[in-house]
Every structure is written in structure tokens, then in C-alpha cells.
Write a protein that binds this ligand. Structure first.
Ligand SMILES: *Cc1c(COP(=O)(O)O)cnc(C)c1O
Length: 396
């Protein structure tokens, strides 16, 4: 009976929502419904690591959130249960054809002890875009945010205290259909795990040295480099190891014969040039070859709002490594950084390109001025010290 009830409810709410073609197959099945959540608490609680021993993505909280989906019935009962291994048929499509996508977002503890999510709505929009692209089921954004809030509340003791510390959340969606047929999965599993993490720059900024990859391409127009699909990441490790063997931490990903700058490692790339007595903050446009970073979007919006337009131009435009080199040669390269959830910003100190070493100014603290400023701005909002629009959502 309860299935019938949720069936009716969900189909009504689904029909009143957007009916894009990717959602259509869900119309007569259950939508994601946070009110159906079932919680099974862990009996054996994990030991807590002290803050200074937290390593990114190595230890996880006591619980996980899971929701199964089938083509026939739609989204099932959301469950929070003790952290556990998954049991999947070896033929499950996730293992063969990379039906997998993920998100990266964080929960923060503010000075009053309240827990806050930073722009979770942006992660949900992106997750649904990734899902639609690889024929995995889409879902109601707000319902998943509510479930993530419940999950974070259950494991709230793992949200570390202290600025720079946070609980990293990893929503994941996989196709679980047991079949070697290459087709749209009729079963899927959405799950969320969480890992407490420490500050990226515990011992001060460390500017990274980049190798601009000549013959390697991370993403291309019409491809899927703008989606957070697992399949985009495994191929990037070998180039990174090769760059590391030559003394560089990350790849600077270029595109096309012109050498358009796209991303740095798995972060969006920002450069500051001096031009006509003003400074220009430049990042590549969302043309399908770069990931739509939440940090990127936040930096652009904050800079447009807070930097005086008499002194700054904020540009989303194509730019090439040649332009970077020419600016550096003319003394007009001011600073450069990568941007992403894990570190927020990561100062760039050097770029190796076709045998040239392009030096990027980093100042005495190992970071450019704007890099430091945007880090402070974003952290201020994340930890609830400053209110900016609805960007920091207090977990209810
Ligand atoms: C996740 C990611 C980013 C950064 O996105 P945020 O939402 O800011 O964390 C940038 N580039 C790539 C390739 C990514 O996977």
C-alpha cells in the first residue's frame, strides 16, 4: 500500500515539474522522496581521528546514504545505514561501460557549531546533467539535498571543528544492470559517502609547477569533459605521473593547435593579466571543454560584485598558452591559480611549455594577492562568517 501511495504522490509531483525528454521515462514511476527515508544506526562506531591526522578521502564516517532506482518503479526507499561494501554482479554495467558519475561538495561547521553546505543546489544541477548524459536516472534536486542533510546530521560528529576543516561529501551514481549489453541501464544506485578532511595548505601555500601537455587532450568540443563522469579521470593519471617524473605536479590541459588553456589537473584555471592600466581576470568559457566548477562560478560572481570595475575586467573568454607566455615576457602576468572544491584555490608558480619555463609571480607568501583574497572570501561564506545570497545552507 505504501508503494501505491508514494507512486501516486511522486507521479503527480513529477508531472508538475520540468518534463524534459530525459525525465520523461520517470513520469509514471516514483520520484525521489526524502520523506520515505529509513535510518539504521551503526552499532559499532568508528574511532575519531584527531584533526591533524585527516587524509583526504581515506577515512569515512559511520554511515552511508543509498537509494536504488529501477526503470519500472523509479526511485526506491532512501536508506541511511552503516558504511558497508557493495555487492554487485560482476556483469554490472558500471564495471564494463563506465556508467558512473560523481559529485564533490563539503559540509562545514561554523563558529556556533551549526553545519553548513556550500551551494549544494549547484552540485545537484551538475549531477543531474551528468546523469542525463549517460542515461542514468535524474532526480529532484531538493529531495537529494534534504537526504544529504539527514545523512550529515546522523554523522555530524565527523564534521570537524576548525577553519579549513570540513566533511567532504561524495554523491555517486552508478548503473547496476547485470548485463553485458551496451544500453541504457534499467537499474541504478545513488549513494553518498563522506570523509572528514583537513586544510589543503596546513603548512602554507605551495605554488604548483605545471607541464603544459602538448599532444594530450583532456576534453574536446562535443565530448563529455564538462561532466563529472568517472571515465574522464582515469586517463589523466598517466600524463600526471609523466609530468611528475619531469618535476611538475600537474598538467596544464590545452586544446587545439592554438593551445587554448582549459584546465589545470582537475581544477578550473584562472590567470590575471595587466592590460591597459587595468587588471584582467581570465578563465576559459563554458564551451564544453571545461568542467562547470562551482568554485569557478563562485569566484567569477564574487569578483564581478566585489572588485572595482574601474580597476578590473572579469573575462570568460578563450585564451591561449601563447598569450600567457607573451604576457609573462612583457611582465604583465600578475598571478595564476587553479580553482576547485578540494583546495578552493591553488596558486600556480611555473608552467613548462615547449621547453620554455613561464614563471608566474607568487609573492612572498607563495600566493598572488587575488588568489588569497578569493580564498578568504569563499571561506568566509562557507563558515558562515559572511552571508552571501543563499550560498551557505544551514543543515536543518
Ligand atoms: C570537480 C572539477 C572541477 C572543480 O569543480 P568544483 O565544483 O569547483 O569543485 C574542475 N575541473 C574538473 C575536471 C573537475 O572534475
Amino acid at each position: 500500500m505504501s508503494f501505491f501511495r508514494s507512486f501516486k504522490f511522486a507521479s503527480i509531483s513529477r508531472c508538475s515539474k520540468s518534463l524534459s525528454s530525459t525525465n520523461k521515462r520517470n513520469i509514471m514511476t516514483a520520484g525521489l522522496d526524502a520523506s520515505k527515508l529509513e535510518i539504521t544506526k551503526a552499532e559499532n562506531l568508528k574511532p575519531m581521528l584527531p584533526n591533524d591526522q585527516l587524509v583526504f578521502g581515506k577515512t569515512f564516517t559511520d554511515h552511508m546514504l543509498e537509494i536504488e532506482w529501477t526503470k519500472d518503479q523509479g526511485w526506491g526507499t532512501p536508506k541511511i545505514s552503516p558504511y558497508h561494501n557493495l555487492s554487485l554482479d560482476p556483469s554490472a554495467v558500471v564495471f564494463h561501460y563506465a556508467f558512473e558519475l560523481f559529485e564533490g561538495m563539503k559540509a562545514f561547521r561554523d563558529a556556533e557549531g551549526k553545519i553548513r553546505l556550500f551551494r549544494p543546489d549547484m552540485n545537484m544541477i551538475r549531477m543531474n546533467k551528468s546523469a542525463a548524459r549517460i542515461t542514468l536516472p535524474t532526480f529532484d534536486d531538493e529531495e537529494l539535498i534534504k537526504l544529504i542533510e539527514k545523512f550529515v546530521s546522523v554523522d555530524e560528529r565527523f564534521v570537524p571543528k576548525g577553519e579549513g576543516y570540513s566533511l567532504y561529501l561524495r554523491p555517486t551514481l552508478i548503473g547496476t544492470t547485470a548485463s553485458l549489453g551496451v544500453s541504457a541501464p534499467d537499474r541504478a544506485l545513488l549513494y553518498v559517502i563522506a570523509s572528514p578532511v583537513g586544510p589543503y595548505y596546513a603548512t602554507g601555500f605551495k605554488p604548483v609547477s605545471l607541464e603544459a601537455s602538448e599532444n594530450l587532450v583532456r576534453a574536446w568540443p562535443g565530448g563529455v569533459g564538462d561532466k563529472k563522469l568517472g571515465a574522464n579521470y582515469a586517463p589523466c593519471i598517466k600524463p600526471q605521473l609523466e609530468a611528475a617524473a619531469r618535476g611538475h605536479q600537474q598538467n596544464l590541459w590545452l586544446f587545439g593547435e592554438e593551445g587554448y588553456v582549459t584546465e589545470v589537473g582537475t581544477m578550473n584555471a584562472f590567470f590575471v593579466f595587466e592590460a591597459d592600466g587595468k587588471k584582467e581576470l581570465v578563465t576559459a568559457p563554458l564551451d564544453g571543454t571545461i568542467l562547470e566548477g562551482v568554485t569557478r562560478d563562485s569566484i567569477l560572481e564574487l569578483c564581478r560584485e566585489r572588485l572595482p570595475s574601474s580597476e578590473w575586467t572579469i573575462s570568460e573568454r578563450p585564451f591561449t598558452i601563447k598569450e600567457v607566455k607573451e604576457n609573462a615576457d612583457a611582465g604583465k602576468l600578475v598571478e595564476a591559480f587553479g580553482a576547485g572544491t578540494a583546495a578552493i584555490v591553488s596558486p600556480i608558480g611555473n608552467i613548462s611549455w615547449k621547453g620554455n619555463e613561464i614563471k608566474v609571480p607568487v609573492g612572498s607568501e607563495g600566493t598572488g594577492e587575488l588568489t588569497k583574497t578569493v580564498l578568504d572570501w569563499i571561506m568566509g561564506i562557507q563558515y558562515g562568517k559572511v552571508t552571501f545570497k543563499n550560498w551557505s545552507r544551514v543543515v536543518q
